[in-house]
Design a protein around this ligand. Structure first.
Ligand code: SF4
Ligand code: SF4
Length: 434
């Protein structure tokens, strides 16, 4: 009997999929990760059937179905392939969450992630800026909530750049973000804690509602996938949930009129097939920046970089990344443009050894508006590579933000924190009580 909880909502969604899916295997045939997951010889219908069985009966994914779901990077190539109108990406996501109820490879992920985010943000931000991203503001009636999610707070310069643009077009908005306003994907999909995930999602939807917004503009593609697709329709939202890039495209004319400064560069945009509309939004926004020449779009697989996206299928990722760098070289670009925080962090790390410099799209918008983009401290830190020196240098900022840690302890964790290793089961130290 549905009781309005996320658990019963997801059970009903699973039931719908179980009744509609015929195990025809067309989604598996269309899926680009299959050759990289070692299941090319498996019968496609049986692979899909294995996923369906977990959705129907519970238990742990195993065999080729587990290999498929484990490497699913959210690219969405399966969606148009289904003749029954099922969203197979959604089917795999729900089955992964169900399987994690029996066994999670990343227990306590939320705890580790939340601590890593708070530490990294406190190292980079002054207290007022930190509070703006992590502390919910006092509710007031406002047309727009800018929902930055959790992990983007690790790369705060992108978010402040985005706010600079929202301020320029005079949007009345409030910011919600940080682990206290998580979308719930970590508990639900990664930890298999559906009930806890439901409480987290409920709490965040309620926080949105407290502002009586017409629109909630998300930044994070994982929040977009979770709230906008996996649990779409859950809760009675009186607001639209959409990506901030779409909102900026709507205000394209206004932005164009505000641009004062040429940005004479030739760039290659990095985007993901799993959220192609967002990549196209950014291409359009960059197309308006005076002086900026877009040499092309390097489409990669998945819906984002990182542990919940393209990294899940390392073989496919290596192929696509190689093609991106080859394209950058062939087109002789000055910079590779990142879209999301996960892409920015990963591509910036890669730029130390290959490829052109990485600049986030928000930098170009701020520059065109005559502003100075926020400094990308994280990339600078990575380049420096001296973790102890960085930890020592961060102590005043951490203390200023009321965070007390030992600098050697911090230095030992920095390489894994900057690489978000908790998504690969690492950073156990952050799960320990302190
Ligand atoms: S979303 Fe992409 S990786 Fe996942 S099952 Fe569909 S096609 Fe395969
Ligand atoms: S989800 Fe669609 S394409 Fe995939 S097996 Fe079921 S019916 Fe076929």
């Amino acid at each position: 009997m549905p009781d309005g909880s996320l658990t019963s909502f997801m059970a009903a969604r699973a039931e719908e999929i179980v009744s509609a899916c015929t195990s025809c295997g067309a989604c598996v045939e269309a899926c680009p990760v299959v050759p990289h997951a070692g299941i090319s010889d498996a019968e496609p219908g049986a692979v899909a059937g294995g996923v369906l069985q977990v959705l129907r009966d519970g238990g742990r994914l195993d065999g080729p179905a587990a290999a498929w779901a484990h490497q699913c990077n959210g690219c969405g190539a399966c969606i148009p392939a289904c003749p029954e109108g099922v969203n197979p990406r959604n089917m795999v996501m729900l089955a992964a969450g169900k399987s994690a109820e029996t066994h999670s490879d990343t227990p306590q992920l939320f705890r580790k992630m939340a601590r890593a985010i708070r530490l990294m943000a406190a190292m980079q931000l002054a207290p007022a800026d930190l509070a703006r991203l992590l502390q919910p503001p006092k509710p007031r009636s406002v047309p727009v909530v800018f929902y930055v999610g959790c992990n983007a707070v690790r790369t705060p310069h992108l978010l402040f750049n985005a706010m600079y643009v929202l301020d320029a077009i005079e949007v009345d908005y409030e910011v919600l973000g940080g682990p206290a306003a998580c979308c719930g994907i970590i508990h639900t999909k990664w930890e298999g804690e559906t009930e806890a995930g439901g409480r987290v999602t409920d709490g965040t939807l309620k926080r949105f509602g407290d502002f009586q917004p017409e629109r909630v503009l998300s930044w994070c593609p994982s929040c977009q996938l979770h709230i906008g697709e996996t649990v779409e329709g859950y809760g009675e939202a009186a607001f639209a949930f959409e990506h901030v890039t779409g909102y900026l495209v709507e205000h394209e004319e206004r932005l164009r009129g505000l641009y004062t400064t040429e940005v004479p560069m030739r760039v290659l945009l990095h985007a993901h097939e799993g959220m192609a509309d967002l990549g196209e939004n950014v291409a359009r926004l960059l197309g308006d920046v005076p002086g900026l020449e877009i040499a092309g779009i390097a489409w990669e697989s998945g819906y984002t970089c990182g542990g919940s996206g393209q990294d899940r299928s390392p073989g496919l990722k290596a192929e696509r990344r190689k093609a991106t760098y080859a394209m950058a070289e062939d087109k002789q670009v000055d910079a590779l443009v990142s879209l999301y925080h996960g892409c920015h962090a990963q591509l910036s790390a890669g730029a130390e050894t290959q490829g052109p410099p990485v600049v986030n799209f928000t930098d170009f918008l701020v520059r065109a508006l005559g502003g100075e983009p926020r400094e990308d401290l994280l990339s600078g830190w990575r380049m420096a590579g001296d973790w102890q020196a960085l930890a020592d240098r961060s102590m005043p900022s951490l203390e200023w933000n009321g965070v007390s840690v030992d600098s050697e302890w911090l230095a030992s964790l920095l390489p894994d924190m900057l690489a978000s290793r908790e998504f690969a089961g690492g950073l156990d130290e952050l799960a320990r009580p302190r």
